[in-house]
Design a protein around this ligand. Structure first.
Ligand code: GLP
Length: 243
């Protein structure tokens, strides 16, 4: 069932969610966390960094899996999601490098890399708490609207709109944004024990409305979250405008 929590603004949302992650880690120090990138979680990661600096969150036994990565660039590339996570979260908390899991966008065999990732999620015992963002077209991870959706971690061709919204990571140069990516699939995401979707701002209001009120459709991959037993949508007022 979809539960919905609306916060007055992004700051309140980020503080509350940082508290949720800290509490989940306190309850289960070896928590397996699924993490998103994008503009939306930046404040949350900032708040977690602040808690980390005050010894109020402990990632020392945690394991993380990020949702997705661009294909064709290495982790050392400043536009990679791995670099993003290093900057916004990993360098600011006491997480053990060997328990950070990421898709390798420079893998020579991308399909084998996807299989490796699914196996790694499996051997970690599955994801306990999966945080996800949502694209303005309703994508989650890089599962773009399509006639069919992939269950498992897979290679994707990015939509022009998705490449545009990621251009800031590549110095605003659309042409520099990779045209493909690797992403966890819908089943990989839906097998998490708990899912929290974060959405802020007016640009997300229509897809949140469709997610909450509309049917399941591959045209809005996030609509499949309706199938999960434990999903919470965490929104600011702007994203909740049409509910
Ligand atoms: C990207 C990521 C998604 C993310 C989405 C929304 O394309 N692959 O995981 O949820 O963008 O990003 P933002 O939070 O910047 O709106």
């Amino acid at each position: 069932m979809l539960r919905i929590t609306v916060f007055p603004d992004e700051r309140a949302l980020a503080k509350q969610e940082a508290g949720r992650v800290a509490a989940a880690l306190a309850a289960k120090p070896d928590l397996v966390l699924g993490l998103p990138t994008g503009r939306t979680p930046v404040r949350l990661y900032h708040e977690l960094g602040l808690l980390g600096a005050h010894g109020q969150v402990d990632f020392s036994r945690a394991t993380t899996f990020n949702l997705d990565e661009f294909l064709g660039i290495p982790w050392s590339h400043p536009g990679s999601y791995r670099a993003f996570m290093e900057q916004h979260l990993f360098s600011r908390v006491n997480i053990a490098a060997e328990r950070i899991h990421f898709l390798d966008g420079a893998a020579l065999d991308p399909d084998a890399e996807c299989r490796r990732y699914d196996a790694a999620v499996e051997s970690a015992g599955g994801i306990d708490l999966q945080l996800v963002g949502i694209g303005t077209n309703g994508h989650i991870g890089f599962n773009e609207p399509a006639r069919e959706l992939a269950g498992r971690t897979h290679r994707v061709t990015l939509k022009a709109s998705t490449r545009r919204s990621n251009a800031a990571l590549f110095g605003g140069e659309l042409a520099s944004v990779p045209s493909e990516a690797l992403s966890m699939g819908m089943a990989t995401i839906l097998h998490a024990r708990q899912i929290v979707l974060l959405a802020t701002g007016k640009s997300k209001a229509r897809c949140i409305e469709r997610l909450v009120k509309g049917p399941l459709t591959t045209k809005l991959p996030a609509s499949f979250l309706q199938l999960h037993r434990d999903v919470e949508l965490v929104l600011d007022q702007a994203a909740a405008e049409f509910l």
